[in-house]
Design a protein around this ligand. Structure first.
Ligand code: SF4
Ligand code: SF4
Length: 78
């Protein structure tokens, strides 16, 4: 059996740094950037690439996209 896999993309220019996606991800794969976007917010970013060794994979559950009030997150399921 293979576990569900997915990935997300966050549009950093739409993000308004509410951090809902950061708190909702069960795998803790989203963090807040330390670089401002053009609107002056610190946008969320997807950190999975740094975590492959820890086996913290995105499941494609979609929770991050559902809670995002700016519709800034796209979820892709494998
Ligand atoms: S789809 Fe689910 S596991 Fe993947 S980043 Fe979003 S909340 Fe986390
Ligand atoms: S939920 Fe959306 S607006 Fe809020 S921090 Fe995440 S990507 Fe940004």
């Amino acid at each position: 059996m293979t576990l569900a896999q997915g990935m997300i993309e966050i549009d950093q220019e739409l993000c308004k740094d509410c951090k809902l996606c950061v708190s909702v991800c069960p795998k803790k794969l989203i963090e807040t950037s330390d670089r401002l976007n053009q609107k002056g917010y610190y946008p969320a970013f997807y950190i999975e690439k740094n975590l492959k060794k820890e086996n913290r994979k995105c499941t494609g559950c979609g929770l991050c996209a559902i809670v995002c009030p700016e519709i800034a997150i796209e979820v892709y399921r494998a």
